[in-house]
Design a protein around this ligand. Structure first.
Ligand SMILES: *Cc1c(COP(=O)(O)O)cnc(C)c1O
Length: 391
């Protein structure tokens, strides 16, 4: 008999009922160190008092009004995102894939409104993950996710990660945009080097393409800057964000320049729930935390602690760990054992980590981790690695 909940996930046999900071507690009270943060979502950790206060304050006022009316919480959050980024305008949605969907629509509409509707192709990269709606799947281009769901949505050209010649060759009169994660998440924590991001910017300028970043996972302080592309000193035309933005409340957004968004006039896009008062109250509270003095300094400090500790583990367990990669608090351990076995071994040591492509184990702790949390995590990961040496 089919499960009550559609069985599309391979779930670990544990349910969490409570969380505080970097720790989550199972039904039986067992404490776990949460270095997955719900896949980079719990940016401020569990039960952050400032987020709880913002959500309950809003819950006592009004939950939902619809985008038929003025949305002061959206305006405030949009203005703050604009103040801290390249963007001139923001659209709010509920998830990453919806943000991807709008980024694609916006790029196509931009050129259509200029009288160039034939420019609708988007170039993406092997190993990408942009979400699970039909267009986002086509953008991600992963066969295992596309299989059986009918013809792949047209207009996506994928090139190998880091293959500059293939990229240039893929650009044609039909190309509207390049869409890329500055740090691939699901693909296995693969960073695009800053000089390559700068190269993409130059290429887009040269060919009159829009540069679009998917910072759904790597944004909101995850790499030690508010957005990962800031390390490269360039800006995109359009950017999709979600995950950490809501700190656990479903919230996504698309940020864009005025020029890139020029086709998106009244009636061209919408969402029932997108940016509702509860979501933007929490989003604003997340920004209060992440933009506070010293917050990103702590991310960078803990990132260094973590990276150094992981490098030591790699030296200690060369038969288990092949490589350490990543930026900030978005780290990957490429394992020599099956990554899913390592994730299980970590769970056995009461630390939550997450599998990714390329046989990588992802570490995505809440950005509020401190020295003691990182030290504890490294002990638990060492114990997990040791379980393989014994066999
Ligand atoms: C998670 C993720 C998405 C999809 O987000 P959903 O909220 O699951 O729809 C898209 N792109 C990247 C880079 C992601 O990490």
């Amino acid at each position: 008999m089919i499960a009550a909940v559609l069985p599309t996930y391979a779930r670990a046999p544990v349910a969490f009922v409570r969380g505080v900071g970097v720790r989550a507690y199972a039904e039986d009270g067992t404490e776990y160190l949460d270095f997955g943060a719900g896949v980079a979502v719990n940016s401020c950790g569990h039960a952050h008092p400032h987020l709880i206060a913002a959500l309950t304050e809003q819950a006592n006022k009004i939950w939902h009004t619809s985008n038929l009316y003025q949305m002061p919480g959206q305006v405030k959050l949009a203005e703050r995102l604009i103040e801290h980024t390249f963007a001139n305008t923001v659209f709010f949605c509920n998830s990453g894939t919806e943000a991807t969907e709008l980024a694609i629509k916006m790029a196509r509409k931009h050129f259509a409104a200029l009288g160039q509707p034939e420019k609708f192709h988007i170039i993406t990269f092997e190993g990408a993950f942009h979400g699970r709606t039909l267009a986002a799947l086509a953008a991600g281009g992963q066969q295992k996710y596309l299989d059986g769901f009918g013809p792949k949505a047209p207009g996506f050209d994928q090139v190998a990660f880091g293959d500059h010649a293939a990229l240039e060759a893929a650009i044609g009169p039909h190309t509207a945009a390049i869409y890329i994660e500055p740090v691939q998440g699901e693909g296995g924590i693969r960073s695009v080097p800053p000089q390559c991001l700068r190269g993409l910017r130059a290429l887009c300028d040269k060919h009159d393409l829009l540069l679009m970043f998917d910072e759904i996972q790597c944004g909101i302080g995850r790499t030690g800057k508010l957005f990962a592309h800031e390390w490269a000193g360039i800006t995109p035309d359009i950017m999709a964000i979600a995950k950490g933005l809501g700190g656990g409340f479903p919230l996504g957004a698309v940020l864009a320049t005025e020029k890139a968004a020029s086709g998106m006039v009244a009636g061209t896009h919408g969402s029932t729930f997108g940016g509702n008062p509860l979501a933007t109250a929490v989003g604003n509270a997340v920004l209060d935390v992440v933009l506070a003095d010293g917050f990103l300094e702590n991310v960078n400090r803990q990132a260094l602690n973590l990276k150094q500790g992981l490098a030591r583990l790699k030296d200690l367990y060369p038969n288990v760990i092949e490589d350490i990669r990543g930026e900030g608090l978005m780290m990957g351990i490429k394992t020599k054992v099956l990554n899913s076995d390592f994730v299980k071994a970590a769970l056995g040591q009461h630390i939550l980590v997450i599998g990714a492509g390329d046989n990588v184990v992802r570490l995505l702790p809440p950005l509020i981790v401190n020295d003691a949390d990182v030290t504890e995590a490294l002990h638990k990961l060492e114990a997990a690695a040791a379980t393989f040496e014994k066999n």
